[in-house]
Design a protein around this ligand. Structure first.
Ligand SMILES: [Zn+2]
Ligand SMILES: [Zn+2]
Length: 465
């Protein structure tokens, strides 16, 4: 197999890798970089300038997060004969996620918040739909290319990350031997509130390609979900008891639904009062709907549970009604998780931040320079430290309570090392992590398992596996 990453490799950018096996070209993921806009957010699909013999027969999209699916329409334009494979749930999510992305890009241009023309339009997505082939988990399907010299099968495994997320196992014959390569994609080995932990193929595999998102996070491995849940319930109860409002900035897809399931459990167990209103907004509600629709045919901890079992009030837009909704005690779930400018969570945070009764509880990954990370840093300085959450607005004193809870959808780094041990590969290829995250993973695997070949690929540079 020849393997090359087409997206940025020194950070978590557009996830997109090309695997060439016996003259078949398979793209794994077609993501867009959430940090960039326009053409700069795309993986390098223009392969001919690199190697004239590179081509693409099949694409496998492992889940519906933007960094794994955001460039799919552009890719289909580059390779019109391609077949696109995904799980059934990801297929359902695609019909919502891609048109929403097209509309957002158009709106940003119209409102003068971006200089880039949209990368794709809603109308064109309609024409691509017939190319997307849905598959069941744990079922082989053929991904041999037209000029393929050997038969290649693929199989999706539940990845335990978000609804529809899957790892993928490739099997083919080479020199009379069966070879197996497993790509974990974003994966979580432990159950969350809705989604059970991931499943993995029987060992051994020849090649393992794991994500490394939390490879540099030494804190994640020191917490357990149970202790975080208890801390979170206690902290919520405290704020609500003093009549405060809690803002939980959250990614709209995945994290928000898991947190709502947790709030439901807290209410059932009377850890927080049952009648406290929970406000949700925008696409969060559409994703909740897809979670509920698919609950009988995707892996669940409790298939009876619906996200809309948690009574949710739609966040009002009118200023008078909004002010009312922000009066405590109340809980607000709002995107984005990193509180980027011009998002609901950023707006609500600026309205709540100066009152010590209120709280902002972060529940996901916050990259270094994001407003969420700046807020955390200011809160740690204590006593009236200031933060400017929006560069167009004045700085404000951080008087409300600010805390961070670890409810990641990713495996922490010790668990990833254990997965390497369990699957016993000859070669490990580290992807989807910042440089220091992949370095920690590489050093640890090399130290504990010197017999395993560890590859840390660079963008655009092919490696023979
Ligand atoms: Zn993801
Ligand atoms: Zn990802």
């Amino acid at each position: 197999m020849q393997f090359v990453s087409l997206g940025k490799t020194e950070a978590i950018g557009a996830s997109c890798h090309l695997a060439l096996i016996g003259n078949t070209g398979i793209l794994i993921d077609a993501g867009a970089d959430p940090d960039e806009e326009g053409p700069a957010s795309l993986p390098d699909f223009d392969m001919n300038h690199m190697r004239s013999d590179w081509h693409v027969d099949h694409v496998l999209v492992t889940h519906a997060h933007h960094d794994h699916i955001g460039s799919l329409p552009v890719l289909v334009r580059h390779f019109p004969h391609v077949r696109v494979h995904m799980t059934r749930a990801t297929r359902d999510l695609t019909d919502f996620v891609l048109p929403a992305s097209a509309r957002l890009q158009r709106r940003k241009l119209q409102e003068g918040n971006s200089i880039h023309a949209p990368l794709f339009k809603e109308e064109e997505l309609e024409e691509h739909r017939f190319l997307y082939a849905p598959h069941d988990l744990n079922t082989d399907f053929d991904v041999t290319g037209l000029r393929g010299q050997c038969e290649i099968t693929a199989r999706f495994y539940h990845a335990g990350h978000v609804l529809g997320a899957a790892g993928v196992l490739f099997s083919w014959e080479s020199e009379g031997e069966i070879r197996r390569a497993f790509y974990t994609s974003d994966t979580n080995q432990h159950p969350q509130s809705i989604v059970p932990g991931g499943n993995y193929p029987e060992p051994p595999v020849d090649i393992l390609i794991p994500e490394s998102t939390l490879g540099a996070d030494s804190g994640a491995e020191l917490t357990t979900r149970k202790s975080e849940e208890k801390k979170f319930a206690d902290a919520l109860a405290n704020v609500l008891a003093r009549g405060g409002t809690v803002l939980i900035p959250s990614f709209a897809f995945g994290r928000a639904q898991e947190i709502l399931a947790l709030l439901h459990r807290f209410k059932e167990l009377e850890l927080i009062p049952f009648d406290i209103p929970v406000y949700t907004a925008g696409s969060m509600r559409a994703f909740a709907d897809i979670y509920d629709r698919t609950r009988f045919n995707t892996p669940r901890l409790d298939e009876e549970f619906r996200v809309f079992d948690v009574e949710q009030v739609r966040l009002p837009r009118k200023p008078a009604l909004l002010n009312n909704a922000l009066r405590g005690p109340a809980i607000h779930l709002a995107a984005s998780g990193m509180m980027f400018e011009r998002t609901t969570s950023n707006d609500l945070a600026r309205r709540l931040i100066e009152d010590e009764k209120n709280a902002i509880f972060l529940v996901g990954f916050a990259k270094e320079d994001s407003p969420a990370a700046q807020l955390l840093a200011a809160a740690e300085q204590g006593d009236d430290a200031e933060v400017q959450l929006d560069r167009m607005k004045p700085a404000q004193s951080v008087r409300c309570e600010v805390r961070r809870f670890r409810f990641s959808g990713h495996s922490h780094r010790r668990d990833l090392i254990k997965l390497v041990e369990r699957l016993a590969p000859k070669t490990v290829v580290l992807v989807h992590g910042e440089t220091n995250a992949r370095t920690w993973m590489a050093e640890n695997i090399r130290f504990f398992h010197p017999d395993i070949r560890v590859v840390v690929p660079e963008e655009g540079a092919p490696v023979d596996l």
